[in-house]
Design a protein around this ligand. Structure first.
Ligand SMILES: Nc1ncnc2c1ncn2[C@@H]1O[C@H](COP(=O)(O)OP(=O)(O)O)[C@@H](O)[C@H]1O
Ligand SMILES: [Mg+2]
Length: 305
């Protein structure tokens, strides 16, 4: 069984189609990185999953049941936009208020537990307004964790976190899903940030899912290439283009060869044609580049040098 199964989901705001025919599968135990540029439909999709806005079409199943099912709805934890906290109150008092709103039994015990999960047990006495951005985001997640949800939906919780905040968030997410029964959907417009926390990815564009894959698959898709510089870049590029099919100049002033080859073979070929290679290495395209590639429909738009 999957945590989330969405088929052909759509949402229209008047004439505007924010989500059109979106499919999504979130396996149990996943930290599902939901990536897309601003305006691509992430928040709209998340709001429909949580039942905060009605869908225009399609189906959403959560843990095998329709998302409107009362049992399922009770097992959802949501952080969309910032948590509704009182700035002047302490983290503890804010948490207890939320627990009371949700009629959580054994509120004190539960609040201690979720604050511990988000590494905030030592900061419960801090006023909310004095918390760092990362701490505020984690208070929001602690609130979403009240009631022991099996699915957390977090909308852009990583925005603006520093390296330490990201590290803690990664630990918190890993902790939440570690027994394999809970799952997290975490959206972001920055792939680089998600890369540090996600086990699965879904890439959305113009309201449609372009591709879904595991972190390992994404990693494997990041192609390797040979990058080099020589004293005669123009001639080198023409020579390489005669022999290899994918030769491109990158933004850092290197020529990249994406064909299956080795630096040794390239150096010897160029040397044979009177060109001296000054620098050469193999590398892989980063996730960010891979994402840009996908967004460009697989075409690179590097300027030729
Ligand atoms: N309440 C609304 N009314 C009209 N258009 C909306 C509304 N909410 C979102 N949209 C539009 O739907 C599209 C997707 O928005 P959104 O889901 O917020 O994108 P994302 O979260 O990926 O940045 C955008 O073009 C946005 O302007
Ligand atoms: Mg959004």
């Amino acid at each position: 069984m999957n945590a989330v199964e969405i088929k052909n989901l759509s949402k229209n705001f008047g004439a505007k189609q924010a989500v059109c025919g979106l499919n999504m599968t979130v396996p149990m135990g996943a930290v599902y990185g939901f990536i897309g540029e601003n305006g691509s439909g992430k928040s709209t999709t998340e709001k429909m999953i949580c039942g905060l806005i009605p869908k225009s079409g399609g189906s959403i199943k959560l843990y095998g049941k329709d998302h409107t099912d009362a049992d399922v709805r009770a097992k959802l934890g949501v952080l969309i936009e910032s948590p509704g906290c009182f700035p002047g109150l302490t983290v503890w008092d804010n948490m207890m208020l939320q627990a009371a709103n949700l009629s959580i039994p054994n509120a004190e015990k539960e609040v201690i537990h979720v604050l511990k999960t988000v590494r905030m047990e030592g900061a419960a006495g801090n006023r909310y307004k004095n918390c760092s951005l990362g701490m505020k985001q984690r208070v929001g997640i602690a609130m979403a964790l009240l009631g022991d949800p099996v699915l957390l939906v977090l909308d852009e919780p990583l925005n603006g976190l520093d390296a330490d905040g990201m590290r803690i968030m990664r630990e918190v997410f890993a902790d939440i899903v570690k027994d394999g029964t809970r799952s997290i959907i975490v959206s972001s417009h920055l792939l680089g940030e998600l890369q540090k926390v996600a086990t699965h990815y879904g890439i959305i564009r113009h309201g449609k899912m372009i591709v879904e894959m595991t972190a390992d698959e994404l990693d494997a898709s990041c192609r390797t290439y040979v990058a080099l510089q020589s004293e005669e870049m123009g001639r080198t590029k023409s020579l390489l283009s005669c022999r290899y099919s994918r030769v491109e100049a990158d933004e850092a002033g290197y020529i990249r060869v994406y064909d299956l080859t080795t630096p040794e073979e390239i150096v010897s070929y160029l040397y044979g044609n009177g060109v001296c290679v000054t620098e050469i290495r193999t590398d892989r395209i980063g996730l960010e580049e891979y994402y840009i590639d996908l967004m460009n429909g697989g075409k690179r738009e590097w300027k030729d040098r």
